[in-house]
Ligand binder design. Structure first.
Ligand SMILES: Cc1cc2nc3c(=O)[nH]c(=O)nc-3n(C[C@H](O)[C@H](O)[C@H](O)COP(=O)(O)O)c2cc1C
Length: 208
């Protein structure tokens, strides 16, 4: 494994250069990773914790972000949804290898309005709309054949496809951000933004 070792020297992060607001800082870094040509820069690791305090992590795609949160879409009967229903505290982790950067977010997940989920669902391809309808996400199924038959049956019998009630978006509203920039000799730059009791963001540097 030592053969994979890399030194990080693509950038640095100084307090003076940070935006006051973490959403603006996130947007700046997001634009830079898009420009770098990295594939799926909106892919994020979403961690949830269930009733027994067991953490679980999976990738989702962020479809929108602003100061109302980070929105992803999924099945409301999936494992992640079941975890969120008992414990809305979640964590998001973006790892942007092309720029040697990581953004870590902690916050709470809330389901978004049905109207907003409808609007997004309409923009999806027919095949994705069918998939959302027929896949009992996170449940055991008997075979690949079962899945493909369900897809074909749905496709043949539906003209216009509506969003199923069990599918929609969540927004993650952060109270904590960490921006990590890899540096040489493992002396990485880390800055955290946390919300103080007046609702303002405070910025601190952490040791790597
Ligand atoms: C690159 C990538 C993007 C994904 N995007 C989504 C997504 O936006 N929504 C989703 O429900 N699952 C997405 N998945 C699948 C999830 O990682 C996961 O397998 C699925 O949501 C079931 O998770 P759960 O059983 O923990 O609920 C994606 C997987 C990958 C690898």
């Amino acid at each position: 494994m030592n053969a994979f070792r890399q030194d990080y020297s693509k950038g640095s992060l100084e307090k003076a250069a940070l935006m006051d607001n973490p959403y603006n800082q996130f947007e700046k870094w997001f634009n830079e990773v898009v420009e770098s040509g990295a594939p799926e820069p909106n892919a994020v690791f979403l961690s949830t914790v269930n009733e027994q305090a067991q953490p679980s992590c999976r990738t989702v795609l962020i479809k929108e972000f602003n100061d109302n949160g980070f929105i992803f879409y999924t099945n409301y009967e999936s494992k992640k949804a079941s975890d969120i229903s008992v414990n809305p505290s979640v964590s998001l982790l973006f790892f942007w290898h092309s720029l040697q950067r990581q953004v870590r977010i902690e916050g709470k997940a809330f389901s978004i309005s049905p109207e907003k989920s409808d609007a997004y669902f309409k923009t999806r391809s027919r095949s994705s709309q069918i998939g959302a309808n027929i896949s009992p996400q996170s449940n055991v199924i008997e075979s690949r054949e079962w899945l493909e038959n369900a897809y074909q049956n749905f496709d043949q019998n539906q003209d216009q496809i509506d969003r199923p009630v069990f599918w929609g978006g969540y927004t993650v509203l952060p109270h904590y951000f960490e921006f990590w920039q890899g540096r040489t000799s493992r002396l990485h730059d880390r800055f955290i933004y946390s919300l103080n009791n007046k609702g303002a963001w405070t910025i601190k540097r952490l040791a790597p």
